[in-house]
Write a protein that binds this ligand. Sequence first.
Ligand code: ATP
Ligand code: MG
Length: 264
Amino acid sequence: MGRVIVVTSGKGGVGKTTSTANLGTALALLDNSVVAVDADVGLRNLDIVMGLESRVVYTSMDVIEKQCELKKALVKDRRVDGLMVLPASQKNNKDDIQPEQMKAICDKLRTMNDFVLVDSPAGIERGFRNASAGADEAIVVTTPDVSAIRDADRIIGLLQNAEIEPINLIINRFSPQLVGNGSMMDQADVLDILNIDLIGVVPEDSGVITSTNRGIPLVYEEGSPSAQAYMRIARRLTGQRIPIPNLENKGLFSNLVNWFTKKR
Ligand SMILES: Nc1ncnc2c1ncn2[C@@H]1O[C@H](COP(=O)(O)OP(=O)(O)OP(=O)(O)O)[C@@H](O)[C@H]1O
Ligand SMILES: [Mg+2]
């Protein structure tokens, strides 16, 4: 049985879809079978970020309405074996889907795949409830700013109430320069507030925007620090013990701290 992981945040625009696309691709590159589910009904964009929009025919709504088989709605990513996307409907809204229906889809997908990553919409309402309904684990994405962290804290409480665990944290858009001049919180500050396990830190990187616009997930660019960050997160998800580099140090990646000691 595969693992169902919801990628969520509370606050909008912090990098959930970017993280889902890159982790999905990275896990497939590591020989896992993966389905990335777009749960942002009405505002789907996972297909665009993954460059698959022109091949979307059916959506999860069609599956729920029994207009097509689940397998038929999956869009295969031709760049890597074992990666598929289940698109969300654009013309429906979040209230048109019930959490139990999303759970049924995730339960079916997990029988056929190693990982089911669910890209959640922002917010704590129905869209979040739908996205998390079938999940047994969560990745919370936050940027190192107070409003994103406060929303992440709220989401973590909701995930804990729903007994979803483990809950792992990605700090995205981290800028060593801003931390260095005192304008951005450091990793330790964020972890002090949120008190969950850190699974990775992704640097601020203009390459993310370029890759989004080109529809090619960044992880294909091996030299990019954020691609490497996502590859390391994918390896940690599969149980490998990979240290989290201290991005705050000017000698990026040379000073390895915060050894990843999670038990799985
Ligand atoms: N590490 C990064 N460096 C620079 N830009 C980034 C980074 N991560 C994400 N972005 C940019 O931030 C914007 C929002 O990212 P994304 O769509 O992944 O967020 P989201 O949490 O899914 O948003 P929403 O809540 O609207 O679904 C995009 O323009 C993306 O290119
Ligand atoms: Mg998104």
